[in-house]
Design a protein around this ligand. Structure first.
Ligand SMILES: Nc1nc2c(c(=O)[nH]1)N[C@H]1C(S)=C(S)[C@@H](COP(=O)(O)O)O[C@H]1N2
Ligand SMILES: [Mo]
Length: 498
């Protein structure tokens, strides 16, 4: 086979795309981090045990006032974060949208690397690459340029660095990213343990991001050291001998365009968040929905795994009626279940218990990034469905909650919490209406007297303080019509499998 060109077209194109995608993944990833700017090595995120904290505020599990994890969110600048200023929902949308294209680009690149024979320039085939790379670095440190490997486009240090980025760092980011998805770790709990748990995966993912940043900084510095016009000629026009001023002009215009597109998309997301949510949702939602459909929860942690402290999200209801009910142990609480059903009912807690009882120890994944393991006991939702018999046209089960966010959350939010859950999730294993937690009655802050559990979904779907349940064939007339309170007010995705 003839030697492939040193800078073939596919390297030029995928390199340019990567500049755009990595910038997007980095910025949107930073947005995700801003919603819970703390990193842990152990699941449960024990308060005070973070190994890194990018926030001045520290909360303790022993705080007197109940505090919620939305209070831990930081507002970061849109220059760095995409789209910035506390928009986790859209940050995740941009991240997941970009992942589609970044992975597709990677597949095309790696396929062409191997089918074109380009791999010989990229994949070291001898251990001598290590001493040679050390020698090359030594040469750089003497302010000289090391020689290229014979007949190849790169010196040993470059070859090793590029190999590491393509075949170690990028796959590690993909693998650690997947280990944070509730549907993946709900179905394959062992997978997250490869990274030391979800928090380990989150920390590895962050360190991988830093490695990418480090690589980009060094790589850019090297372009300058090697001679920017020459390097641009190679990566823009494919050859050192190409017209260098032309290459610099095209390359510079390309970089400016990438910057302008980032600015444009950021401004769009900030000014028209609902349009951005919908537009991005077209691409992201099928992917999220597929994961939720493919995987059911098979979690079976042991009592030893239960987290010592379980974070809270959402302040409990503050109305006197709730406080009165709580004071007498919810004795006269009744759960109305209606909508498009054959047999509407209204059940007391004792009547609910008689429908069936299950206990499970599972991993709770908040969209913000923390997790916690707890034991939940209650009624399998399938039993409730057997009783009320939803009609065939039903698409969602809607859980209405007692907490009015306008009274507790601020930030311009208003209205009662609710979440609509696709009907296929309700008959899944480990889908519960929980009445107990860790062997005792459900505590007020965790949703007493009744909260939902969907163990492959993000936490925000698991409505607490459930007031009523309705089966519907259309969610567009409920709340702001986005399928849930967090979707309405925080632009979260409607499906919550990743
Ligand atoms: N009614 C109601 N349910 C809710 C919320 C809320 O604010 N109100 N927050 C949700 C979110 S974002 C999460 S992560 C979980 C947190 O459950 P926990 O407080 O028991 O840990 O509850 C979910 N259910
Ligand atoms: Mo959450």
């Amino acid at each position: 086979m003839p030697q492939p060109p040193h800078f073939p077209w596919f390297v030029i194109v995928t390199h340019a795309l990567n500049i755009f995608f990595l910038l997007m993944l980095g910025r949107s990833g930073i947005e995700v981090l801003s919603s819970f700017p703390k990193l842990y090595w152990s699941d449960g995120c024990p308060p005070g045990r973070e190994w890194a904290r990018f926030s001045k505020r520290a909360y303790g599990g022993d705080s007197r006032r109940p505090w919620i994890t939305l209070d831990e969110e930081e507002s970061w600048n849109p220059v760095v974060a995409m789209p910035g200023r506390k928009n986790l929902g859209l940050g995740r949308h941009w991240h997941f949208l970009t992942i589609h294209f970044w992975i597709a680009t990677g597949i095309v690149y790696v396929t062409l690397v191997f089918t074109s024979g380009y791999w010989v320039y990229l994949v070291p085939t001898s251990w001598s690459i290590f001493p040679n790379a050390v020698e090359a670095i030594g040469t750089y440190l003497q302010f000289e340029l090391p020689a290229k490997l014979p007949g190849e486009p790169f010196n040993a240090a470059q070859k090793l660095a590029y190999f590491g980025v393509v075949f170690v760092l990028a796959p590690l980011q993909i693998a650690s990213g997947a280990a944070m998805s509730p549907s993946v770790i709900g179905r394959f709990p062992w997978y997250a343990t490869l990274f030391g748990g979800k928090q380990g995966a989150r920390s590895v993912h962050f360190l991988g991001m830093l490695a990418f940043v480090g690589f980009v900084v060094l790589h850019t510095a090297m372009v300058v050291i090697h001679g920017l016009p020459k390097e641009f000629a190679k990566i823009v026009l494919g050859s050192e001998e190409a017209n260098r001023p032309l290459a610099v002009a095209i390359g510079t215009i390309g970089l400016v365009l990438i910057g302008l597109v980032h600015v444009g998309l950021t401004v769009f997301a900030r000014l028209r968040p609902r349009s951005a949510q919908h537009l991005l949702g077209y691409v992201v939602a099928p992917f999220e929905g597929l994961l939720s459909r493919m995987f059911t929860s098979h979690q079976n942690y042991s009592r030893r795994d239960i987290s010592g402290y379980h974070r809270v999200n959402g302040y409990p209801p503050v109305d006197p009626e709730y406080e009165r009910m709580a004071a007498d142990g919810f004795r006269d609480y009744r759960l109305p279940v209606g909508g498009l059903v054959e047999n509407p009912v209204s059940l007391s807690l004792d009547e609910l218990r008689e429908l069936g009882w299950e206990t499970q120890i599972t991993n709770h994944n908040c969209i913000q990034g923390w997790n916690s393991i707890a034991e939940w006991s209650g009624v399998p939702i399938g039993r409730l469905l057997d009783l009320v018999k939803p009609k065939p046209e039903v698409t969602h089960m809607v859980l209405y909650s007692m907490d009015d966010k306008g009274l507790t959350e601020g930030e311009g939010r208003y209205g009662h919490f609710y979440e609509a859950v696709p009907i296929f999730l309700t008959r899944r294993t480990q889908s519960l209406l929980a009445l107990e937690m860790n062997g005792g009655p459900l505590p007020i802050e965790h949703g007493a007297p009744l909260r939902a559990r969907f163990e492959t979904q993000l936490g925000f779907k698991m409505a607490k303080w459930v007031k009523a349940i309705e089966f519907v064939d259309d969610v567009s007339t409920i709340g702001m019509g986005q399928g849930g309170y967090r979707e309405d007010q925080l632009y979260y995705a409607n499906s919550a499998g990743i």
